[in-house]
Ligand binder design. Structure first.
Ligand code: 3H9
Length: 679
């Protein structure tokens, strides 16, 4: 049965699409839309058409699962042209989201009406693409060049109210959408000529002589778009909308679309779209497992981590009880949180009312006993097993039956922590990344005895606080930090052998990481994990710490910093490295960038393979989600495991062997079998 059905309301033909979950414009939908327009054209009684979506949304875009496969006619560019060329006025009635191809259908319609909660956007850039069904040509003609640039190159949608203000939506609807859309269609049914967005010139014409909008936009977003191909292709296509007649502009759009579609970046970004959604699926959970309650959260520790974690829940409207040992630490912690909310309000990201409401949900206390009514308690004190065990033993006595007891540890053994309680099935790791109120990633660490409904609750809460969660097994450093270790070890060895911090960081930044290993150490603090004994100097890091070079916070670390935190290479560091080189008897040599890649990135892939082999990650794509959201791995390279696949696993194995590393069994097996990690 076709997902498209038609029915008449008087002389208006209502075309309804019912293709759950998101009304993607798959083949059957496209075919049905064309048939519906033909029906309208061929029926004299029909005077106007309304296109509307059944269920939660209007069309959320092309069907991404069709990409990379042989597509069947009619293709979307044909469909939208058929809609625009309908001899009767076509009204798109929008609720939920009109995204990508969905907005292109709406733009090809002669009119658009929407409910106020609807969102309109062209997120193709996030899939490494551009709107390929006339969207880059019609959007600037309707919404204006500046807005089209913002929407297409960032992929962020706009709300219906804004869309109405800029003329992208013709009327905002309150009440029943279908009924009002039909009434609107009745109003406009006699108007001729039909307004066609492809023919509009008024909003693009002024830019033919003044190009500054494009140069300014490119410049303003230089950092954000670094390394990505799609944002620039989007800009170029919109430039064509200004420079060329519509018929020629769409040819440029098509050419750029095909170029992107066949490239590695689009493949990586589309892979990642599904990887992110797959991560939410937890293996081995009995069907029908229901989440436990998550109405009140307890957080132990009001430091940077505890405060950040609390803010996630407060912002989502969930009350938090936060515990500290001393009043001044508690006051300091809550003060920082308040300051963060106020800063967000000052920047206009939230309203002052929202900031106040969030802080109103916080109960600060010095008594652990006050956590008795919490459904989930997250411990976020410093990394010390004895301290954590002590806290969990106390929680065991305080927490109500069924409460989930979580640790925010980044390395320690959850099973050992769970053993300090009489209810290990209620214990789970919730590893937030710093700054916890900003970073999207959450590692859910599944202990040997963690109950299925505890995992389901953790996943559901993660979604509520807008985190992307990945399930990890119990091992030192879980997925993310465990893979960071070989990188760190090799980067430090490379320093002694002759590479500089700048060279290694440059290779990583050139690869697309937001920063290199030494820039990251300086930002996080070189002193993290330091033994705090200035007389015990066993490596470069000890020497830096002993010399008070703790990173950005001290104005000196692997780099020297000025007052504005601009880094410059440090002669002091060079000297420290030289001293160690002599002491260790390492000979200085020229290090090539290839060697840096093989020793710091191939070794991460190798560790990723071990993690998979040991079942510490459920699937290779989960590892990629951890690295993209936790450490800023460039999404256009898909993540370390996807990247390894694109490099070629045999190449990775050869590189590791050349540098004398033991190759993980799974990696070798896959390379020999000609298989990939991610497909
Ligand atoms: C395009 O339009 C190209 C054209 O310009 C040109 C062509 C020539 N296709 O995210 P959710 C699935 S490119 C297929 O969890 P939410 C998704 O995988 C497209 N499947 O829900 C998931 O499946 P499962 C431009 C899709 O409520 C299920 O739907 N459009 C598609 O949190 C639920 O998804 C976009 O990029 C799709 N297009 O968010 C929009 N979309 O349950 C992409 C979703 O098996 N989509 N699925 O895991 C989204 O941004 C969000 O899904 C949306 C709903 C906001 C719509």
């Amino acid at each position: 049965m076709s997902p498209i059905s038609t029915k008449k309301h008087g002389d208006v033909l209502v075309v309804t699409s019912n293709n759950p979950p998101v009304n993607a414009l798959g083949h059957a939908v496209r075919e049905g839309l064309v048939a519906a327009i033909e029906e309208a054209d061929g029926d004299d009684e029909v005077k106007a058409v309304v296109i509307i979506g059944e269920g939660q949304t209007f069309f959320a875009g092309a069907d991404i699962t069709e990409f990379g496969r042989a597509m069947q006619n009619p293709m979307l560019p044909q469909v939208v042209d058929i809609i625009e060329n309908c001899t009767k006025p076509v009204v798109s009635a929008i609720h939920g989201t009109a995204l990508g191809g969905g907005l292109e259908v709406a733009l090809a319609s002669h009119y658009r009406v929407a409910v106020a909660s609807a969102k309109l956007g062209v997120p193709e850039v996030k899939l490494g693409l551009l709107p390929g069904a006339g969207g880059t040509q019609r959007l600037p003609r309707v919404a204006g060049v500046q807005k089209a640039l913002e929407m297409a190159a960032t992929g962020n949608p706009i709300g219906a109210k804004e869309a109405y203000e800029i003329g992208l939506v013709d009327r905002l609807i309150e009440g029943d959408l279908e009924q009002h859309a039909v009434a609107f269609a009745e109003e406009v049914r006699e108007i001729r000529p039909l307004p066609k967005s492809s023919e509009r010139q008024d909003k693009v014409e002024p830019y033919r002589t003044d190009r500054s909008v494009f140069t300014d936009f490119r410049k303003a977003n230089e950092r954000k778009f670094r390394g990505f191909e799609a944002p620039y292709a989007n800009i170029q296509a919109i430039e064509a909308a200004v420079d060329k007649p519509y018929a020629e502009g769409v040819l440029t759009e098509r050419q750029l679309f095909l170029q992107l579609m066949t490239g590695t970046q689009a493949r990586a970004q589309q892979y990642f779209f599904f990887a992110e959604r797959r991560a939410a699926k937890i293996d081995g959970i009995p069907e029908g497992t229901q989440p436990r309650m998550g109405k009140r959260i307890g957080v132990i520790g009001a430091g940077t981590m505890g405060g950040g974690i609390s803010m996630n829940f407060l912002s989502a409207g969930i009350p938090v009880t936060i515990v500290e040992m001393a009043q001044d630490a508690l006051d300091r912690g809550t003060g920082v949180m308040r300051g963060n909310y106020e800063a967000s309000a000052a920047k206009g990201r939230i309203s002052p009312g929202q900031a106040q409401a969030a802080m109103g949900l916080l109960t600060p206390t010095l008594k652990l006993d006050d956590l008795a009514d919490c459904d989930l308690i997250i411990e976020a004190v410093f990394e010390n097993m004895d301290v954590k065990k002590d806290i969990f033993a106390k929680l065991d006595k305080i927490a109500k039956p069924g409460a989930i007891l979580a640790s925010n540890t980044s390395y320690l053994n959850i099973d050992e922590i769970a053993a300090a309680t009489s209810r290990p099935e209620d214990v789970v790791g919730l590893h937030f990344f710093s700054p916890a109120n900003v970073m999207k990633l959450l590692e859910i660490v599944r202990g040997a005895k963690t109950a299925p409904d505890v995992l389901v609750t953790a996943m559901a809460l993660a979604k509520r606080i807008r985190k992307v969660a990945v399930v990890a097994g119990v091992c030192h450093g879980f997925i993310g930090n465990r893979m960071l270790m070989p990188r760190q070890v090799e980067a430090t060895k490379l320093l002694l052998e002759g590479a500089t911090p700048e060279q290694i960081d440059r290779v990583h930044v050139g690869f697309g990481m937001p920063m290199g290993p030494f820039q990251m150490a300086d930002l996080a603090g070189v002193d993290i994990g330091w033994h705090r004994d200035p007389s015990r100097i066993e490596n470069v890091r000890d020497a830096l710490c002993a010399a008070d070079r703790w990173g950005q916070k001290k104005g000196a670390g692997f780099y020297d910093y000025d007052e504005r935190r601009n880094p410059t290479p440090s002669p002091v560091v060079e000297k420290i490295i030289e001293e160690f080189r002599v002491k260790e008897g390492v000979e200085k040599r020229e290090i090539g960038n290839d060697e840096i890649v093989e020793r710091t990135l191939y070794t991460m892939v190798n560790e990723g393979a071990r993690i998979l082999e040991e079942g510490m990650a459920q699937r290779a794509s989960d590892i990629d989600v951890v690295w993209v959201y936790g450490y800023g791995w460039p999404v256009y390279r898909g993540g370390p495991m996807f990247w390894a696949d694109t490099e070629g696993l045999d190449k990775i194995v050869a590189g590791l062997e050349r540098r004398g590393f033991e190759v993980a069994k799974l990696l070798r097996e896959k390379a020999e079998a000609g298989e990939k990690f991610t497909r």
